[in-house]
Ligand binder design. Structure first.
Ligand code: GLN
Length: 491
């Protein structure tokens, strides 16, 4: 079955002429038609564009001008601006928005000859951990249809897990690539802050937002990151750091790699099955020649409160642009300008987005700025220093759980924002420190739901993280497990 193959295998098949990009694209479009009614992982299917791009890709392959990604289908999170089709960011506010330009990431994929299948569902403005905050309704986890897929890149994760696309893009401000990757049993990489341009990626918390690949394996993530990464003068925080050859570094032995297990990530609150799974990953890495070391990151538990001050502060400023005047939703028959602003924003934004804007405005207001915002900035700094001191002490990378639980039932935490915020307890600190981190499938719980393991490295160590995950995936098959749902049809 075509959709069981990895991105690399599909590339080889296109190259050898086993099938065309048009055939491959049609295969995935058929799967989307038959299965996405149940999953709701895609907001917009771009069938016409996909068929057009597939034909162009076939021509490019025939002309001998193909790159590694030419002709391969991809789904973009609906946070990336796409010229010609809707970019909603999961919000009623942008339900009518068609961008006049492509995001850097979309443009790079297009130039490489990839085929855009559509735009994936997500929590509104990337705020959420369960994909239940989408204006377009929740996404269902293909491993258990009554459960959440994680968020905010839940549509991308569910679609890759159900093999509706071989690969997808996501964004991660506090865990939105890694947590849904873990809960859907796929591999997802959040690159170092500044590795991938944010141009055309709708801003949530600009100092933390970062785009990355979501795929079956580390190898597939490496292929896409190669195209996503690189300098872009249109994003002033985008780094000029040289982009290494990610695929070339996948062959290296991990013998002698020093892997840190931060004790704060394995407290008594952690589900014992998840703890055992991560320890089994550690043993496997040890058998491949790595050495294990207990380390301490004492500020871990104050990362979520700091994040839930800083991210709302930035979002309250970023989302001020949605005022009913320039783009997006506008209320009917406004009485005057104030009424236009007020009703457009109260009707256009959902409850979680409003909660964040209110929190953000509060922590930035005079009298509270020092008490909340500046304190959170200081915590951010101390968390960064904590990580750096561990890495400066000869630790190559850290191994932790990605999420404190497996996928929970839909509706379980919608009335308890704080419980929902804690879904990111193991991922958030990484964003505060600007580090790269990856989640990879590491096993299943008693209910058959996927468990993810997180690898965290120093700045610009994406190649090393991808290689450690690749070596693990060469000797395990968790990443090749496919939910029964994906094979519930004959195509
Ligand atoms: N779940 C976190 C939040 O709600 C992280 C979101 C993200 O990474 N975009 O803010």
């Amino acid at each position: 079955m075509l959709h069981h193959r990895s991105l690399m295998q599909l590339h080889d098949s296109l190259k050898s002429g086993e099938f065309s990009s048009l055939e491959l694209t049609t295969h995935y479009l058929n799967r989307i038609k038959q299965l996405d009614g149940t999953l709701n992982s895609i907001i917009t299917v771009s069938e016409d564009i996909a068929l057009e791009q597939a034909k162009e890709a076939d021509q490019r392959i025939a002309d001998g001008k193909a790159s590694a990604l030419t002709g391969l289908p991809i789904l973009h999170k609906d946070i990336f601006c796409t010229k010609g089709i809707k970019t909603s960011c999961g919000s009623r506010m942008l339900d009518n928005f068609v961008s006049p330009y492509n995001a850097f990431v979309v443009q790079q994929c297009q130039e490489a000859g990839m085929v855009m299948l559509g735009k994936s569902n997500m929590d509104e403005f990337a705020m959420g951990s369960s994909n239940e905050n989408s204006f377009y309704g929740p996404v269902h986890n293909p491993w258990a249809l009554n459960n959440i897929p994680g968020g905010s890149s839940g549509g991308s994760a569910a679609a890759v897990a159900a093999r509706l696309t071989p690969i997808a893009t996501g964004t991660d401000t506090g865990g939105s690539i890694r947590q849904p990757a873990a809960l859907c049993g796929i591999t997802g990489l959040k690159p170092s802050y500044g590795r991938v341009s944010r141009y055309g990626m709708i801003a949530y918390a600009s100092s933390l937002d970062q785009a990355g690949p979501m795929a079956q394996s580390a190898e597939d993530c490496a292929m896409l990151l190669q195209t996503m990464a690189g300098h872009d003068p249109r994003d002033s925080t985008c780094s000029k750091q040289k982009v290494p050859d990610y695929l070339a570094s996948l062959g290296e032995s991990i013998k002698g790699k020093r892997i840190g297990l931060p004790k704060e990530y394995f407290s008594e609150h952690l589900d014992s099955h998840i703890a055992d799974t991560i320890h089994a990953v550690a043993k496997q890495l040890e058998s491949l020649g790595a050495t294990l070391h207990e380390v301490s990151l004492p500020n871990t538990c104050i990362a979520p409160p700091a994040y839930y001050v800083l991210a709302p502060a930035e979002c309250s400023a970023n989302l001020a642009r949605f005022d009913g005047v320039r783009f997006g939703y506008r209320c009917e028959d406004p009485k005057d300008l104030n009424d236009l602003y007020e009703r457009s924003r109260s009707e256009g934004f959902g409850p979680e987005v409003k909660r964040r804007i209110l929190t953000g405005t509060y922590v930035l207001s005079s009298g509270y700025y020092d008490a909340y915002y500046l304190k959170a900035q200081a915590i951010k700094q101390s968390i960064t220093e904590g990580f750096l001191s561990v890495f400066n002490n000869n630790i190559d990378c850290l191994l932790t759980p990605t999420a404190p639980s497996t996928a929970f039932p839909l509706g379980n935490k919608v009335d308890d924002p704080i419980a929902m915020y804690l879904s990111d307890i193991y991922t958030i600190a990484v964003n505060l420190a600007g580090l790269p981190a990856l989640s990879m499938p590491a096993g299943f719980d008693h209910a058959g739901l996927p468990i993810g393991a997180q690898l965290i490295g120093p700045h610009w160590s994406e190649a090393m993280l991808l290689n450690v995950a690749h070596q693990y995936q060469k000797t395990t098959d968790w990443h090749q497990q496919i939910p029964d749902f994906a094979d519930s049809i004959n195509t």
